[in-house]
Design a protein around this ligand. Structure first.
Ligand SMILES: Nc1ncnc2c1ncn2[C@@H]1O[C@H](COP(=O)(O)OP(=O)(O)OP(=O)(O)O)[C@@H](O)[C@H]1O
Ligand SMILES: [Mg+2]
Length: 437
């Protein structure tokens, strides 16, 4: 059925359903069949099935985009112009045959979806970041900001997070990284997940949160409510925009402060991208260890500059930010899209956060994994191993060090051990990744 025909049918079905709210499948099917009969349109069972699907998508779903959102392989749906609809599958973008009749149709859909996500989208608020009732993340920008047509970006949020095993199977997490990740969560380390846009930060964070013991309470603070950890005790605070009178805005800094009063065992900031960096670092420095946040950065070494830029928005000096971050954050997990077509999202390295001799904040590699999954330990490893309780001199140290891939007696023994600085008998000097002294 063409879009125009569907639109006529949708109008007729909507009129038949009237103010009814409980649209079960049978009621909808009956209304569609009746509307088709009234219009003298004859369809077979398959045609009726298709018409019901089209009407359902138009009334309650994402219209012509719904079929892509329903495709389990599709992660992103992007509309650039009425005739240009792209989808991302397994990390690869491809153009679809889906077309809208006009730019007005794209705008109408964007406005309806924004409303379904509890947000307004109009000339006074021409950009929106919202979450649809099924979890899909919506971003839309109206013309003329985005050109002649509304730009729509939909990101499918998986109804359940990947397990660590699944991330391992897909090549995102090297097998040798699994014990490190588990230990970071178990040791209540405070973790920043970094990476470029779409590198899988939120996805990895959801997986890590699923490892948090079930008797802990997680308070998640987000702008669009997209984190879906598999955990029995999660409460969520989502920012609110100002109303038409410019009142009622509740931003991330305020929500971080509220979260502190909610008896959190873990405070999670979905994405740190503004002045809330001050509040979250203050929280993490005052006994709320074990927290998580994601931050945009192209490389782990760029994280300090990014944090400094965010800190300056909050009036923090470089020095104050460095002091706060170095004492609050235990580890940076950096993700990168790699491989042919940048299709694989890979956990590339874990770094520690510390202050250099000149006082500047730095991220130092503790361990990174090669494309083949082999660990290469860096100068930050001894500090990380200590934080994870794998200090060879401490109680339980050697056994845990072995689990973390730092077995001094195992394959590559002395060399690995000295790279780690974790040899119980060695001087523990440590050297950098790839064995460079
Ligand atoms: N390891 C993975 N395997 C398969 N798909 C993944 C993986 N990680 C992320 N994805 C998919 O890639 C898309 C982007 O992931 P995600 O939202 O986690 O990235 P992000 O870095 O948080 O992005 P943003 O910068 O926009 O916040 C999602 O649709 C997600 O389902
Ligand atoms: Mg994200």
């Amino acid at each position: 059925m063409t879009t125009l025909a569907t639109r006529g049918l949708v109008g007729a079905v909507r009129a038949r359903l009237g103010g009814e709210t409980g649209h079960d499948e049978a009621t909808l099917r009956e209304a569609v069949a009746a509307a088709l009969r009234a219009a003298n349109v004859v369809v077979g069972p398959d045609g009726l099935d298709q018409a019901v699907r089209d009407v359902r998508d138009e009334l309650f779903g994402a219209g012509p985009l719904q079929r892509w959102l329903d495709d389990p392989e599709v992660t992103d749906v992007l509309v650039n112009t009425p005739g240009e609809v792209w989808v991302e599958r397994s990390g690869r973008l491809s153009r679809t045959s889906t077309r809208f009749d006009s730019a007005a149709d794209v705008r109408t859909l964007a406005v309806r979806l924004a409303a379904a996500g509890g947000q307004r989208l109009d000339d006074a608020a021409p950009a929106v970041d919202a979450r649809l009732p099924d979890g899909t993340r919506l971003h839309a920008v109206l013309p003329p900001i985005g050109g002649a047509c509304t730009l729509l970006s939909l990101r499918v949020v998986r109804p359940r997070p990947f397990t660590l095993d699944e991330l391992m199977a897909s090549g995102t997490v090297a097998p040798a990284a699994v014990p490190v990740l588990r230990s970071l969560v178990a040791a209540r380390a405070t973790v920043l997940v970094s990476g470029a846009t779409g590198s899988g930060k939120t996805t990895l964070l959801a997986t890590l949160l699923s490892l948090v013991p079930a008797d802990e309470r997680i308070v998640v603070i987000e702008e669009s409510g997209e984190l879906q950890p598999a955990h029995p005790h999660v409460v969520r605070l989502v920012t609110r925009r100002a109303n038409v009178d410019g009142a009622g805005r509740v931003g991330l800094p305020e929500l971080v402060r509220q979260a502190l009063r909610m008896r959190p065992d873990r405070i999670v900031l979905g994405e740190c991208r503004g002045a809330e960096v001050r509040d979250v670092l203050a929280a993490l420095n005052t006994g709320h260890e074990g927290g998580f946040a994601t931050v945009h950065a192209n490389a782990a070494a760029d994280v300090p500059a990014r944090l400094e830029a965010l800190g300056s928005l909050a009036g923090l000096t470089r020095d104050a930010l460095a002091a706060q971050a170095a004492s609050a954050v235990d580890a940076v997990l950096h993700l990168r899209r790699a491989g042919p077509g940048r299709r694989v999202r890979r956990l590339e390295e874990v770094g520690i956060v510390r202050r250099a001799l000149d006082g500047a904040l730095e991220v130092v590699t503790a361990v990174r994994w090669t494309a083949g999954g082999d660990p290469e330990h860096g100068p930050g490893w001894p500090a990380l191993a200590r934080r994870l309780g794998a200090d060879p001199d401490g109680a339980g140290g050697p056994a845990l060090a072995r689990r973390l891939g730092a077995d001094p007696d195992g394959a590559g023994g002395p060399a690995v051990a000295s790279r780690l600085g974790a040899d119980p008998d060695g001087a523990g000097t440590g050297s950098c990744c790839g064995g460079t002294p």
